[in-house]
Design a protein around this ligand. Structure first.
Ligand code: UD1
Ligand code: CA
Length: 486
């Protein structure tokens, strides 16, 4: 019978989150690269319920959009002016009028509960046939949480909010995690009885527990396997705690999957990133978004990768990269900045103090030092000398630079786009390439050097430079004079 009981999940996400002191609604603050409410919806979905409802109000469009982004079949429900978690659930139930199964209520600001804990809660609830089962936890510091008040036989009697608690009740260390399962019918009936006669003037969902008990219905508590999972995020201190706990789990998961992560405390990995076996991550490294790192790659130290792809055995040191693809065996850094659309081929190199954007650098090609490469296509086995700059912007539009295979450029070249360099071509040091270079040609744009004697003394009289130049020149003359006398 239990397996056939229907399940709906209600995610509470209508509150503002005043204690965050933020423009952004609390449930949209991210940890692990996803908004808090995204984690909660994800856990809800892993139970395969027949419905997931998300209750919104504060910044409703933003929150609804984030909820819808997690999956298409979310039912967004709007809470009205009446405040409180009880009201939120009441409104949600109005959206599923015929529903008679179990209702799992999750708080949009309790992001760390694992699917297994929620499954355990639902099965404990069903096994006992309780009208309500609350997830509880024993914590060192219960500040801010509702306390679970038990009767003399140890049964759950009611929940009291911190702000309404007597000193004796406040000393209870068993807290309400803000997560519960209810039988839908008694929940509906008893939500109608909830009033707002409390310190916050809100209709508390927690009051339903005491009301069910008063109706002689069975109410139970199931304790979270790990109390730290029950963390509710109300302020930025708790936000950072939640982020750290989630990150520790993610790091551990990849370590157990075969990645060497030297310093878990300074390595941050978003939940959607992927690391293959034998990846090495050095300290102070951020692996964000949907970044994927292939086997044997070494990343870090001091590196940020946002939505990047790193190929097998590539080495990426002290680098900041977004939406870049780094080929197998390639090396990047130290001190490289890869902007969106950078594609570095196999065994290629982007070296020290190099910025790239919207550019493809072919297999085995190198941009080793002090360069800006934007809107450029570079062929295979190219070497650009130190200081290569693509001038891609003429203050009206962006233009492309196309460099063929096996091109070698001299140091300190400027490629004024649009411009094409043919296969095998070479360019001289300091060249400013404004015209296409045919395949195999040597392009020189710098005029032969000419020294204008005495220019500084004539044009910059009275300056330090003119003084020392004059001295040096007269010493040189005297020297030449004595040499003549010898
Ligand atoms: C709530 C519980 C408390 C529990 C704690 C666990 C109540 C009255 N108290 O307190 O017993 O220990 O969570 O973290 O339920 N929300 C709505 N509509 C509203 C008000 C809130 O959807 O009108 C949402 C919020 O967006 C939030 C969740 O409900 O995601 C919890 O609200 P919050 O104000 O944070 O409740 P707590 O004071 O933490
Ligand atoms: Ca809360």
């Amino acid at each position: 019978m239990t397996e056939t009981t229907r399940l709906a999940v209600v995610v509470l996400a209508a509150g503002q989150g005043t204690r965050m002191k933020s423009r952004l609604p609390k449930v949209l603050h991210p940890i692990g690269g996803r908004p808090l409410v995204g984690h909660v919806i994800d856990h809800a979905r892993s139970l395969a319920p027949e419905r997931v409802l998300v209750v919104v109000r504060h910044e409703r469009d933003l929150v609804a959009q984030a909820a819808a982004a997690t999956s298409a079949d979310i039912l967004v429900v709007d809470q009205d002016d009446i405040p409180g978690t009880g009201r939120a659930v009441q409104i949600a139930l109005e959206a599923i009028p015929g529903f008679t199964g179990d209702v799992l209520v999750l708080s949009g600001d309790v992001p760390l509960l694992e699917a297994s804990t929620l499954e355990g809660l639902v099965s404990a609830h069903r096994a006992r046939g309780a009208a309500a089962t609350v997830l509880s936890a024993i914590v060192d510091d219960a500040t801010g949480y509702g306390r679970v008040i038990r009767d003399e036989f140890g049964g759950v009697q009611r929940i009291v909010e911190q702000k309404d608690a007597t000193p004796e009740e406040a000393s209870v260390t068993e807290i309400n995690a803000g997560v519960y399962v209810f039988q839908a019918d008694p929940l509906r009936v008893h939500l109608d009885l909830v009033d707002s006669a409390n310190a916050q003037g809100e209709r508390y969902l927690t009051d339903v527990i005491g009301l069910l008990r008063a109706s002689q219905l069975a109410v139970a508590a199931a304790s979270a396997p790990d109390a730290s999972d029950a963390l509710g995020v109300n302020d930025r201190v708790q936000l950072s705690e939640a982020a750290r706990t989630l990150n520790a789990r993610t790091v551990r998961r990849w370590q157990l999957a075969g990645a060497s992560i030297l310093d878990p405390h300074t390595t941050w990995i978003d939940v959607d990133a992927k690391l293959a076996a034998d990846v090495t991550v050095l300290p102070n490294t951020y692996i964000l978004g949907t970044t994927v790192i292939a086997e044997g790659a070494v990343v870090g130290p001091d590196t940020t990768l946002q939505d990047c792809e790193v190929g097998r055995d590539a080495v990426v040191r002290r680098t900041d990269a977004t939406l870049a693809v780094i080929g197998a065996g390639a090396t990047v850094g130290p001190f490289s900045y890869l902007r969106p659309g950078t594609v570095l081929g196999e065994n290629g190199k982007i070296g020290t103090f190099v910025e790239t954007k919207n550019s493809t650098i072919g297999e085995g090609s190198k941009v080793p030092h002090l360069s800006y490469i934007g809107d450029t296509t570079i062929g295979r086995h190219v070497n650009l000398g130190a200081g290569a700059i693509t001038a891609n912007y003429d203050d009206l539009a962006k233009h492309r630079t196309e460099i063929g295979d096996e091109v070698h450029s001299g140091s300190h070249n400027v490629f004024v786009a649009p411009v094409r360099i043919g296969d095998g071509a070479k360019t001289g040091a300091g060249a400013v390439i404004r015209k296409d270079v045919p395949a195999g040609a040597l392009a020189l744009s710098v005029a032969p050097q000419r020294n204008v004697e005495g220019w500084v003394e004539i044009n910059r009289p009275g300056t330090g430079a003119a003084d020392v130049a004059a001295k040096a020149r007269s010493a040189q003359k005297a020297d030449d004079g004595t040499q003549e006398e010898d």
